[in-house]
Design a protein around this ligand. Structure first.
Ligand SMILES: [Zn+2]
Length: 355
């Protein structure tokens, strides 16, 4: 499954090894606003979009200098608090039950990981992947958000959903948390869709700047699960070459060189990924929505901007309308420039709402 080129440390040079910091965590109590649903009788069709999040996702704190900070989620929620997003149906993310996480991760690993969550200070899983006292519940809520969103969208309670959660998930392999990720939330959601709702073919499209090695590993042997990724290459985690196609041609990787921008990204989506999706005919479209391919992002060198996130979301909604009754569930992955992250997530959700 590809070489180790580029493998190593995701947050290069940030010195994330001081894990004995016992400073007190300040649990942010940003509330999840419940707003009445009043979107009926609009003159023209607008989409009903769910927003899943939970304050516990702000209490996962990998350390003061870690780029995957609670401030990221605050930036996303702040952007989505603008008046144009008042119509979002806001729901608290439940914690994913252990047996649902076990669709992807062995129960023994889940138990071991949760048992390793520290009472104070930090525990490092690797140089990048650090747990604080709030990390266990945050990871359970992040996975639970995607599971609940899949349940709700498949039940027809809404057209689509965005999960504003952290930690991210796409680097987490079935037996190995890594790369800021503890549980692979989007893969858990995919398996949930199949096991509980009988959706035969589920696709994940991942436009995070890093390759989702974890999701690829989960889907590799399963012809009914499709994973497509655009990502900078070479870059952490080192996987994602074009020859990594899965056991049944169900994996599509489009690596992009550093400094690639809108044109190359859009060509990858429209010439390679959309045709493969049309052939696969997913019954549900899941999105690993990382916004770190933005030109302002400090962790990579792709040159996208908000208009590219608008565009790709439109393309994926169109695929969902063709094959999946419009059903889309998207979940936050990376994105480390706070201003770009807020604006990009807003651009993405704006299209989901079709406003
Ligand atoms: Zn990333």
């Amino acid at each position: 499954m590809g070489g180790d080129r580029g493998a190593g440390v995701l947050a290069v040079g940030l010195g994330l090894v001081a894990i004995a910091d016992a400073r007190r965590l300040v649990c942010d109590t940003a509330t999840v606003r419940g707003l009445p649903e009043n979107a009926a009788n609009h003159e023209h069709r607008t989409m009903t979009t769910l927003l899943y999040t939970h304050p516990a996702c702000l209490a996962h704190d990998p350390g003061e200098y870690h780029p995957e900070s609670p401030a990221r989620l605050r930036a996303v929620l702040e952007a989505l608090s603008a008046p144009e997003f008042a119509r979002l149906q806001r729901r608290e993310a439940p914690a994913a039950p252990r047996d649902v996480i076990a669709l992807v991760h062995p129960v023994a690993l889940v138990d071991r990981l949760l048992a390793a969550v520290p009472q104070t200070g930090h525990v490092g899983i690797d140089a990048d992947t650090i747990m604080s006292p709030g990390s266990g519940e945050a990871a359970l809520r992040a996975a639970g958000a995607v599971v609940a969103a899949v349940d709700a969208v498949v039940a027809g309670e809404a057209d689509n959903a965005f999960c504003a959660v952290r930690p991210p998930g796409h680097h987490a392999e079935p037996r190995r948390p890594m790369g800021f990720c503890l549980f692979n939330s989007i893969a858990i959601g995919a398996l949930r869709a199949r096991e509980t709702h009988g959706i035969e073919r589920v696709a994940v499209i991942d436009f995070d700047v890093h390759h989702g090695n974890g999701t690829q590993a989960c889907f590799w042997d399963d012809a009914a699960l499709f994973y497509a990724s655009t990502h900078q290459y070479p870059l952490y985690p080192g996987t994602g070459g074009t020859r990594e196609t899965g056991a049944a041609g169900n994996i599509v990787n489009v690596p992009l060189p550093p400094m690639a921008g809108s044109q190359q990204f859009r060509a990858a989506i429209s010439r390679t990924i959309i045709p493969a999706l049309d052939e696969f005919r997913p019954g549900l479209v899941l999105i690993s929505a990382g916004f770190d391919a933005h030109k302002s992002d400090p962790l990579a060198q792709l040159q996208l901007d908000e208009s590219d996130y608008t565009w790709v979301t439109e393309q994926l909604l169109a695929v969902a309308h063709t094959h999946a009754h419009g059903r889309v569930v998207s979940s936050l992955e990376g994105g480390y420039d706070l201003v770009a992250l807020g604006a990009s997530a807003a651009a993405h959700v704006r299209v989901l709402m079709s406003v």
